[in-house]
Ligand binder design. Sequence first.
Ligand SMILES: Cc1cc2nc3c(=O)[nH]c(=O)nc-3n(C[C@H](O)[C@H](O)[C@H](O)COP(=O)(O)OP(=O)(O)OC[C@H]3O[C@@H](n4cnc5c(N)ncnc54)[C@H](O)[C@@H]3O)c2cc1C
Length: 418
Amino acid sequence: MTLSKADVLVIGGGPVGLSCAYSLLKSGRSVTLIDAREIGVGSGGGNAGHIVPSHIVPLAAPGIIPTALKWLIFDAKNSPFGMKISLAPEYLAWLLQFAAACSDSNVQRGIPPLKALGLLSARNFAEMIAAEGFDCHYRETGLLFLYKTEAAFAGGQHEAELLHQHCLPAEVLDTAAVHAREPAALEDVIAGVHFTGDASLNPARFLHLLAERVRALGADLRPHTSVTRLESAGGKITRVITAEAEFEAQQIVLASGAWSPLVARGLGLNLPVQPARGFSLTMAATQSMPRQALILGERRVAVTPLGDKLRFTGRLEVGNLSTTPNPKYIAQIERAVREYIQVDEKLDIQETWAGLRPTTPDGLPVIGFSPRHSNLILATGHAMLGLSLGPGTGQVVAELANGAQTAFDLSPLSLARF
Ligand SMILES: Cc1cc2nc3c(=O)[nH]c(=O)nc-3n(C[C@H](O)[C@H](O)[C@H](O)COP(=O)(O)OP(=O)(O)OC[C@H]3O[C@@H](n4cnc5c(N)ncnc54)[C@H](O)[C@@H]3O)c2cc1C
């Protein structure tokens, strides 16, 4: 078995790991990045590609459990939520912690770090894409929520008010205004809310370009290198073992998404991250392409124009680690889209996909040093925002690794909170 020595070893080449590698390299560090699969694919390539500093409310919020139960009991056929049935102790513990976190106090605690990280990331995206000349269909056209019912629209208006209180932009649109803003919307769309500070891009293209750039900056990229064990002694990670090679590193960044608890097992860390699986379908551009990225309010489905392609994404299934697309839910997503916008009768579907959102019970990421290992930095648990929050996470991880002041207070994101 060969032994490789590294300055910083990043485990995971999804949006978070690659963003960390980029910022570390830019700060003058040497980086080795390993991934069990291809680098720059992760759970990010097939996602919706939304960059959403407007998402300041954590997933664990009041109302989410009754809403999910209502879907599951009364309209399972159209439910955007699902969950694995399992008695695994860590899964049950996660569900209980999630239920306990669905409170106003969790939302109040979560808003400051999510807002700071979201804005930092959005700024870093714009700067990086311009500086590197990435051609990835990046568009600062906002994220438009479409509503068909007054009840859902009321929720959107509430969200817009919350954003205004936090000095973030959101425009409430009546029927005429929403149809002017999005001509592809069907007649029975009654209103919308446009989060104009948001953006979108082609995530697969962006991750490919970022991986190439990280390589060009000198990173040693090792795809198909799966970590089987982390060895520790004296409060440090001493060795990273893979089937192919062993690594020693000054510092290690754990950015392996929904697989992070598996990679960290044996370290005595309580890392409560569960997969929340979702699906996407990508097709050739349709006749009446939407003008901007959309969320279909009641159905919780995302639509993203990607230049010569169009993508629909949806569904959130807690506890399932499989990344095989399920045709039943792909069809459900397509059905939902047809309720809101004009699309061709026959779609030229080119790809179906499943990916995992690494989700903590309070809906906030874990970013910070391991409470038990002085050379291990955790960067995981970004749930539905791992692409969006990637470049900001990269910056603060590089700051931590270099012993510098971080761009904002990371203490609410520390693992010690669990
Ligand atoms: C349907 C859907 C739509 C989404 N839409 C958006 C969106 O619009 N905007 C947004 O911000 N986010 C979105 N997300 C969420 C986003 O995709 C995730 O938050 C993000 O991919 C997490 O990034 P990550 O780098 O932490 O993990 P991942 O992308 O999962 O990357 C982790 C990497 O670690 C590797 N790995 C795992 N085990 C090992 C091991 N043992 N050894 C070495 N490597 C290992 C994996 O192969 C993988 O490449 C969406 C997710 C889904 C499912």
